[in-house]
Ligand binder design. Structure first.
Ligand code: PAF
Length: 288
């Protein structure tokens, strides 16, 4: 385990376990906050939630190559570990897990964790292999750190449900805690990928949230699901999005398309502005 001035950094599984085991020996409850770095206030909300749920919080930073498809932004994904470590120390994190790709996927690595159910459709349809990559690395992170709690953001709502399913199906003893989306003042969900947006694209980007809220509001007043999905997709294109991967209404717990709105529901969208793919989601009011 290598110490920086402010934050102990574990770069190997054994250093991470040494860190976590020492906390456990003191009777501390431990929260893991998995991230890919380039941290913003949305990530810090996860750390704050971890601090509420546990005595010790260890975020991880690992840009996971196997959750990016060919032609996606793995190489371009922002990496600024020194700044991230300083921000995490200031936010009150107690350690940082910073594995290398070789530590995570040593030569001969041959296992993939595939989740069906909530991983199907939505981003799962547009990013083949993405959720297998996420499930594999999250399973590894949970088994490496063995935390009491792990914290994930609701911005990646489908990912949150995939992770909940994963730990339930594999009997991984951890509580998964979801944290509401943190937004910029104009409603744009915070994301490391917002940095890719040109000024003109950034001006259009918050419309995804406004359009989702409009769809959810009309559904709450009895709007027809298929008609509202189609209208929402058309509104995204009219607002200036280059293309729409999906805008769909789903059951908030299972992500199954609902026939009607008797249960909690969520409206989820993914749309592209130039080279940047934005995702967002909102609850349908009154469906909770
Ligand atoms: O949400 C993310 O940043 C990533 O998908 C995660 C959960 C850290 C897995 O790589």
């Amino acid at each position: 385990m290598k110490e920086t001035a402010a934050l102990p950094i574990a770069r190997t599984v054994s250093a991470l376990r040494q860190m976590v085991d020492a906390w456990r020996a003191e009777g501390r409850r431990v929260a893991l906050v998995p991230t890919m770095g380039a941290l913003h206030d949305g990530h810090l909300a996860l750390v704050r939630q971890g601090l509420r749920q546990a005595d010790r919080v260890v975020p991880s930073i690992f840009v996971n190559p196997i959750q990016f498809g060919p032609g996606e932004d793995f190489a371009a994904y922002p990496r600024r570990v020194a700044e991230d470590a300083a921000v995490l120390a200031k936010a009150g994190a107690h350690g940082l897990y910073l594995p290398s790709a070789d530590e995570m996927y040593p030569a001969g690595f041959a296992t993939t964790v595939t989740v069906a159910g909530p991983a199907q459709g939505l981003c799962g349809a547009f990013r083949p292999g993405h959720f297998a990559g996420v499930a594999t690395v999250v399973a590894k992170l949970l088994l490496q750190a063995r935390p009491d709690v792990a914290v994930f953001g609701e911005k990646d709502y489908q990912q949150l449900l995939v992770v909940r399913h994963l730990v339930r199906d594999l009997d991984i003893p951890v509580d998964i805690v979801g944290v509401p989306i943190v937004r910029e003042c104009d409603g744009l969900a915070m994301s490391s990928r917002n940095a890719y947006l040109s000024p003109a694209e950034r001006a259009i980007a918050p419309q995804i949230h406004r359009i989702l809220l409009d769809v959810a509001g009309r559904l709450a007043k009895g709007g027809d699901i298929a008609a509202e999905e189609a209208r929402g997709r058309a509104d995204l294109l009219a607002a200036g999005f280059s293309s729409v991967d999906y805008l769909e209404v789903r059951d908030a717990e299972t992500l199954v398309p609902p026939a009607s709105l008797g249960r909690p529901a969520r409206v989820l969208a993914a749309a592209r502005l130039g080279c940047t793919r934005l995702i967002d989601n909102v609850a349908v009011p009154g469906s909770q």
